[in-house]
Ligand binder design. Sequence first.
Ligand code: THU
Length: 160
Amino acid sequence: MKELTLQIKYAEYPELAMVAMQDRLLIEKAREAASNGYAPYSGFQVGAAVLLENGIIITGNNQENAAYPSGLCAERTAIFYAASQYPAIPIRAIAVSALKTQSGDFVKPCGACRQVIAEYEDLAKSPIRIILDGPSTIVILDSIDALLPLRFKKEDLRLG
Ligand code: THU
C-alpha cells in the first residue's frame, strides 16, 4: 500500500477591487446573469459568465423545473450555449456568482459542472480559469484540475 497526497492551489481575494480587471468584468457579468436565474424551488439564483478565446462573453443562469432533475446549473447553461454557438473557440475562463448564499461562502460548482468544465478544457487542451465569486472572498483557480482531480476522462473509454 502506498498513500499519496494531492495538493490544490488557488488564490483568494478578500475584495473585488483586488481582482484583475478582466476577471472582475467576468464576475460582474456573472452577477448580472444571476439576477435572471430561474430558481423558484431552491431560491438560490446563480449566474455564470464564460470568456471565449475570441473575447466573446456568454452568460447563463440556473434554470429550475417542477420536475427537479430537469433543471440545469448556471455553469452548464452558459458553457453548453457557448459550445453550441462557437464549437471551435476554446473557453478561457468562467466566473460563477450566486445572488445570495446562506453560508456567505463563495460559490462552489457541483460535480456535474466540474466534469463539464473538464471536458471543454481537455477538448481545447488549454486550461480554463475558474473564478468563484462570494460576498467576502473571491477564489480563482488556474484549471479544473484543482477542482476535480483523478477525474474520468475520454481516454478511459474504449472507443471504436
Ligand atoms: N447551482 C448552480 O447553478 N451552480 C452552482 O454552482 C451550484 C448550484 C444551482 C442548481 C440549482 O438550481 C440551485 O443552484 C440549487 O442547487
